[in-house]
Design a protein around this ligand. Sequence first.
Ligand code: C2E
Ligand code: CA
Ligand code: CA
Length: 481
Amino acid sequence: MGLLAVSENLQYRRLIESLENELALSRGKIDKLTQKLEVNEDTGLPNAVVMNREMEGLLKATPDSKAVLFLSLTDQYTTLKRTSPSKPQWILFNTAIRIMTVVAEHGRVYHTREEEFLILLEDLHDPVAVTQLASEIVKQVKEAYVLNGQTISLGVNIGIALYPEQGESKSILLRHADIALSESIKNKSMYQLFTPELRDRMIEKDELQKKILKALEVNNSDERPQLMLYFQPQVEIRNWNTPEVQGRVVGAEVLIRWNHPTDGFIPPGKFIPVAEETGLIVHMGTWILHTAISCLQDLALQGYGTITVSVNISSVQMNMDDFIPRMKEIVRRLKTADHPMKLELTESGMVNIEDTIKKIGDMKEMGFKILLDDFGTGYSSLSYLKDLPIDVVKIDKSFVDGVPAGEKDTAMTRTIITLAKELRKDIIVEGTEHREQIDWLFDHGCTVYQGYYFSKPLPYSDFVQYLKNFPAIFEEKSRPN
Ligand code: C2E
Ligand code: CA
Ligand code: CA
């Protein structure tokens, strides 16, 4: 071989070598990239990509029954992320270790989303054993962490679905575990086993949600409206059971009604919770407020300018960040700060008392009167009633039902009246159906009544008619029997 040929050969080999090196380098990069794509960076656990790829095969790999657990860290984790941005990674890593320690050789753990893990139990299936393991995971994850002298506690919810009876394919099984997880989150329970009833309720809820959306759409179009506002009169009485008896309508509570084209009347107790859960209550609430304003303006035109209209505000609505700006916009539409509108709030959604007090202050500044609805039905009413800057307390129908015959209800009602008076709050009594109730309540200092005794909730035009006919109606209702 000539010299030239040797040199060419050498060059050729070098070229091959360098190409090989380059190839090895990119292969390393690809491996690293693949690893990155398949592994959660915080915990090193296989992620959703891997889970999705291998789950179906793993389920079918052995004839054994199995179980899938969907695990989600509670809001405490989100709060931690916001307040101490450096800690979540450490927490996630240690949480993963705790979960894996409990799961041990029973199965595999995937880290599917930041605050979500999925566990496939390959050799546990018996519901008792699976739920025992789930509660052990909850116990371990809840154990407080101490980091730089700070104690951190996390909570977790778990949804469980059993294979194969609760889903023969990966997608159905996971969906069912997810439904169970949603239920566990909703009920604030540690874990929830999937049941077919849960799925049926979920489907029913989804359908109702679609129908609500449609109803809201229809109400903004030329089609026959499905949603309507009804008005239930609130009557103030004086000198009850005397010849000088007097009465006047001082206000009305606005209550939504839904007349669905095929399902007929759907009660608010059924659709309001779904609208709340799905957030649709915010749109619905805006529509209610705007419609109530139009009625308020019409009432003024008809000479009933002093009648207060009382609108229910869902706690979901009130807890929205933009609630106060939205209300300001409503007031702008009303064009006057001095408007007879009340807002009915319930204690159930008052999670943060300082925030609630601030919002109530803002609303009062805008000219709204604030009413506390369903008073006494929550468990914390007493402790904060003194702090809330509300104007009116509404005594709930559930107490009024037992007045005056029921000993306990009557005692409760008496206590609520005393308390409200001590704190200088006005009182409205809800759900008065019988004369004896009003007789007793009037003797104990209540003067404003809302209930079937005076009137059921009425469509707007009937309400206006009621106002016109009120002298005759009252004359009949107040006549001693
Ligand atoms: P709520 O705010 O406690 O409303 C009072 C409920 O008691 C109304 O039921 C009313 O029709 C009923 N009621 C009043 N007086 C009597 C009576 O003498 N006897 C009987 N049996 N019932 C009486 P409704 O309209 O079915 O509303 C149920 C719940 O749905 C309301 O309870 C409220 O929480 C919610 N809701 C109704 N309309 C709206 C709305 O426009 N917005 C929001 N956010 N919630 C609403
Ligand atoms: Ca109410
Ligand atoms: Ca009530």
